[in-house]
Design a protein. Structure first.
Length: 406
């Protein structure tokens, strides 16, 4: 059975991803991990997460994927042993030394070769197989046909990215952040300098500026959205479908994971994947995106339409407004936690682990002071609400495009 693998920057996000349908989550620990700005996990939190995941037949992968310099090696053995004692299912590492060290220490978890190695052919996968690795995460630079050929000629599990950010360079090979901010991209400090806006000048005397005032230049690409390629990836024999984004919100993860879960389950059930169904799923993904998306390399070498050379907005199209905290009580009240400004009279949409997205309307709102507020604008405030329709603790409520309020 194919694995849907989701990122998580903290414990709440990891549990959300599992609840919304992820078969596995990948996280960063407080040592030897990239994404130093994520709320990386302590060993106690990793133990809590593995217990939570395993009770729900899900797995936990821990990134140990920094490129270590000499001074970074201290404490590695202790960290690997601690991860093993916490019963993590796999580590994802880029350093051959770290991968081999885990073997020498007798660690029981699987060893997955990070995408930072830019493994993009079956010969490279064969090399890692001969080193005793359990899985190879392919570089994002593979086309769909290349992925198919690699899977056909490989005897170990293949993991491929299906959604999220794209690196301006071969993954793990960029030093732009190092030069511009002195933050090492390969040791957890990437400043995403490719997404900055730059003024472009001619070289030579005069240095005439080539960029207009309102059209500054960036080097980043559109984010990856491989939704339409999922049936083909599954048929090709990919073992794990990977979502990128350990810095993303719990709402983003719930939306993206649940959407891909629906498609994967439909394919596994032998259902006909219609254009109407794919368009519906794309509309769901649109509700969490804040950057333009495209197929990346999956449909072939990208052209200029996949790039973001000019100014572009980064706005969420639908706003996550509330988290459902409880089921409906005997009087019909449901407790929710406010996350963003909410007009109780507007049209809203609920979705959850067992709830397909559907419209609801609040019939009444009551705060802890017994008042009926006209506007909910205090983040993390808890109130009681009534509505007709489905309820599930852990479900999320968001505005609709038509939800303008009264």
């Amino acid at each position: 059975m194919i694995e849907l693998l989701a990122p998580a920057g903290n414990l709440e996000k990891a549990k959300t991803a599992i609840d919304y349908g992820a078969d596995a989550v990948y996280i960063g620990g407080q040592a030897f991990s990239l994404r130093s700005r994520a709320s990386n996990f302590s060993i106690e939190q990793i133990r809590e997460l593995t217990d939570y995941a395993h009770a729900r037949n899900a797995a936990v992968h821990v990134t140990v994927n920094m490129i270590p310099h000499e001074e970074d090696l201290e404490g590695l053995d202790d960290w690997l042993k601690a991860l093993d004692d916490a019963h993590v299912d796999a580590i994802i590492a880029a350093s051959p030394w770290i991968l081999d060290r885990a073997r020498r220490l007798g660690c029981r978890f699987e060893r997955h070769v990070s995408t930072q190695h830019s493994s993009v052919n079956s010969a490279t996968v064969k090399f890692w197989q001969n080193q005793g690795m359990d899985r190879v995460v392919l570089g994002r630079e593979c086309t769909m046909e290349q992925i198919r050929q690699i899977c056909e000629h490989s005897e170990i599990a293949i993991e491929a990215f299906i959604h999220g950010g794209m690196c301006v360079s071969y993954s793990g090979r960029c030093v732009l952040s190092n030069h511009l901010t002195n933050r090492d991209a390969n040791r957890g400090g990437c400043a995403q300098s490719c997404r900055w806006k730059y003024r472009i000048f001619e070289s030579g005397p005069g240095k005439e500026e080539l960029t207009a005032e309102n059209k500054l230049f960036s080097m980043s690409s559109k984010d990856l959205r491989g939704l339409r390629e999922i049936p083909v990836l599954m048929e090709a024999g990919v073992a794990s479908l990977k979502i990128e984004g350990r810095m993303k919100s719990a709402y983003y993860l719930a939306t993206v994971v649940s959407t891909y879960r629906r498609l994967i389950d439909a394919v596994n059930a032998g259902e006909s994947i219609t254009e109407e169904f794919l368009e519906e799923l794309e509309q769901q993904l649109d509700k969490a995106e804040n950057r333009p998306t495209g197929p990346g390399f999956l449909e072939g070498i990208p052209d200029s339409h996949m790039q973001l050379y000019r100014e572009h907005a980064e706005l969420v199209t639908q706003e996550f407004t509330a988290l459902v905290l409880s089921e409906r009580d005997e009087e019909g009240w449901i407790r929710i936690q406010v996350r963003n400004r909410l007009d109780p009279g507007q049209e809203l949409e609920i979705f959850g682990p067992d709830i397909l997205p559907q419209i609801i309307h609040f019939q009444d709102v009551l705060d802890d002071e017994g008042q009926h507020p006209a506007i909910l604008n205090k983040p993390m405030q808890e109130v009681r609400v009534r509505w007709d329709g489905p309820v599930q603790a852990g479900a999320m409520i968001r505005k609709t495009l038509k939800g303008t309020g009264n």
